[in-house]
Design a protein around this ligand. Structure first.
Ligand SMILES: C[S@@+](CC[C@H](N)C(=O)[O-])C[C@H]1O[C@@H](n2cnc3c(N)ncnc32)[C@H](O)[C@@H]1O
Length: 223
């Protein structure tokens, strides 16, 4: 087994089940054109998010970390007509590129893109006492993942799905002495998930078009 077979199988799956259209391929191309990193989820991971949304009948979704809007487009496309994605992005330029891609995909009415630090915007959303979210996708900076998760819990109801990307980091999470703050951030989150009685959680390893990594999935039991 090697990376090549994982890539070929990922392409096989996406050809079958997660075909990208022009709005999605344009979004990926816009990252290179605009100098953004190629850190979007893969097509199959985008489809995975849609499957999770449909499983929990999601009408209201929160995303932390928009980048160029690739995952946002997958999320928004799985919403019913009256559904909404709020997506938070700290970088102004990323936000501008994402907004163009979301507009280009015809999804402007379904996506509320907020530019600012997640750590500032989350308490603002909590203060407004909005209806809880049905699904929350955490894909922003890794060191405060535990804090983001705790905010996400405050914006949840029993049954809300909270999904956190990049929590295995090529297996570096096994290194208890890692000095990498991204690794430390997700180690802290993974440990918290193992102890938190308010959620039922697991982690799936991911291979394929992206680096070897993992996605944590938690369902909220109680608030
Ligand atoms: C992995 S990328 C997101 C990829 C995107 N979800 C996708 O799959 O298309 C992470 C994004 O989080 C943003 N980010 C980093 N720190 C942030 C913060 N404190 N608040 C909000 N966004 C942040 C980065 O600027 C970057 O655009």
């Amino acid at each position: 087994m090697n990376a090549e077979i994982f890539l070929q199988v990922d392409n096989y799956i996406s050809d079958l089940l997660a075909k990208e259209d022009k709005a999605l391929t344009d979004t990926i191309q816009s990252l290179d054109k605009e100098g953004l990193p190629q850190h979007s989820v893969s097509a199959n991971q985008g489809k995975f998010l849609q499957v999770m949304m449909i499983a929990c009948n999601a009408k209201k979704v929160l995303e932390l970390g928009t980048l160029g809007g690739y995952s946002t487009i997958w999320l928004a496309r799985a919403l019913p007509d009256n559904g909404k994605v709020i997506t938070i992005e700290v970088d102004k330029h990323h936000g501008e590129v994402a907004q163009k891609n979301i507009d280009n995909a015809g999804l402007s009415s379904k996506v509320d893109l907020r530019v600012g630090k997640a750590m500032d915007i989350l308490p603002e959303i909590i203060k407004k006492n909005e209806e809880p979210f049905d699904m929350i996708f955490i894909d922003a900076d890794k060191p405060p993942y535990t804090e983001y998760f705790n905010y996400a819990l405050q914006l949840s109801r029993p049954g809300t799905l909270i999904i956190c990307d990049n929590v295995i980091r090529e297996g570096k999470i096994l290194d208890k002495n890692s000095a990498d703050e991204k690794v430390q951030g997700v180690q802290r989150l993974n440990k918290m998930l193992s102890e938190n009685k308010n959620v039922t959680a697991t982690i799936l390893q991911t291979v394929g078009a992206k680096e070897y990594d993992g996605i944590a999935i938690a369902v909220v039991n109680r608030i």
